[in-house]
Design a protein around this ligand. Structure first.
Ligand code: PGA
Length: 274
């Protein structure tokens, strides 16, 4: 494989499913069915189930992620959760999921602020980007995704510096999930080739911000949108893609066992080639 050896990551986004009483049991069952050390596994339950999932995963090599963080550090935001509140509960966070862009009106500028909150509190962000069907059909998928990335980066870069070189810090922690909106929860996936082409656009966009090419190339890019054990291979076959963000199938133990087993084949091949 050319360039940096990127990890293979399978993240599960449980969305608004499970409660504290059943989430721990599910997380443990998923962890035991997917025990592949070569694959980085992340489970993202609802906020209220984070503690139960953290406890259930103690001693199991699965990270816990939140599904969102607020873009402000603290304040009068009823019902919201700040990144710093997740300390001890989660080590990853999904940022800018299309359902939040759609339902909560999240803007690229807010999403850039969320990235900063993640870095301030030591969370590893999974930044979601992806075009809607109208943009895909109009041949505008790539500019739509570039605009989302550029908007988030502009807002991140405009914020107060988080350290000597906060761009470099973001580069070292960032994971991007390419999730075409028309593929989420629809049973319809992008083709492996189209998703890989978008991964190249994404890394070229990061390089366009002045990030060293090697840093841009090292950022993992996942595919998301109706991934199942039957569709994962198309994405894992693409060297430009590094895993998946899984929604509906992430609640099913058999499905996740299959997805992670398939991803492990790629992870092992990368380790052997490195
Ligand atoms: P899906 O969701 O796998 O159910 O399509 C993916 C996501 O929204 O992250």
């Amino acid at each position: 494989m050319m360039g940096p050896m990127r990890p293979v990551i399978i993240a599960g986004n449980w969305k608004m499913h499970t409660a504290p009483a059943d989430a721990g049991h599910l997380a443990a069952a998923l962890a035991d069915a997917t025990a592949e050390p070569a694959v980085v596994r992340v489970t993202c339950p609802p906020f209220v189930a984070l503690a139960a999932v953290r406890d259930a995963l103690a001693g199991r090599e699965v990270a816990v992620g939140a599904q969102n963080v607020h873009h402000e550090a603290a304040g009068a935001f009823t019902g919201e959760v700040a990144a710093a509140m997740l300390t001890g509960l989660a080590t990853w966070a999904i940022v800018g999921h299309s359902e939040r862009r759609r339902d909560a009106g999240e803007t690229d500028a807010q999403i850039g602020q969320k990235l900063r909150r993640c870095l301030e509190t030591g969370l590893r962000p999974i930044l979601c980007v992806g075009e809607g069907l109208a943009d895909r059909d109009a041949g505008r998928a790539e500019p739509a995704v570039r605009d989302q990335l550029d908007g988030a980066w502009a807002s991140f870069a405009a914020g107060p510096p988080g350290g000597a070189d906060d761009g470099a810090e973001l580069a070292s922690r960032l994971v991007i999930a390419y999730e075409p909106v028309w593929a989420i929860g629809t049973g319809r996936t992008a083709s492996g080739a189209d998703a890989a082409a978008m991964a190249r656009v994404i890394r070229a966009t990061l390089a366009g911000w002045g990030w060293p090419r090697s840093s841009a190339e090292a950022v993992p890019v996942l595919y998301g949108g109706s991934v199942t054990s039957a569709t994962i291979d198309a994405f894992m076959a693409e060297p430009d893609l590094d895993g998946a963000l899984v929604g509906g199938a992430s609640l099913k133990v058999e499905e996740m066992a299959g997805i992670v087993a398939r991803a492990a084949l790629t992870a092992h091949a990368r380790l052997e080639a490195s």
